[in-house]
Ligand binder design. Structure first.
Ligand SMILES: [Zn+2]
Length: 95
């Protein structure tokens, strides 16, 4: 069973969350996919997902604390977007 979860960035790109760290895709091998911390340039955190087992393994440590709050907010935003799709949005009346 996977030990990470997948989210989508604002631009619709795949990201993974492991241990409350967010990773961007950093390439795809035949057996594994590679992931890089979203704080590119600031943090050398990296990980790899074994595609056979769906297990994320951190290969390089992060240089910062986790951002659970940010991840929570991201999930909330995703949720709101879904809600908006279902509701009818009334345009503001111009007077
Ligand atoms: Zn990091």
């Amino acid at each position: 069973m996977a030990n990470y979860s997948e989210v989508k960035s604002e631009k619709g790109k795949r990201q993974v969350v492991h241990d409350n760290f967010i990773y961007h895709s950093d390439g795809q091998g035949s057996l594994s996919s590679y992931w890089r911390c979203e704080k590119r340039g600031l943090c050398k955190g990296r990980g790899v997902i074994d595609m056979a087992t769906n297990i994320f393994t951190q290969t390089k440590p992060h240089s910062h604390a986790v951002e659970a709050e940010k991840i929570e907010r991201k999930r909330t935003v995703d949720h709101l977007k879904e809600a908006v799709k279902e509701d009818t949005i009334r345009p503001l009346q111009s007077t």
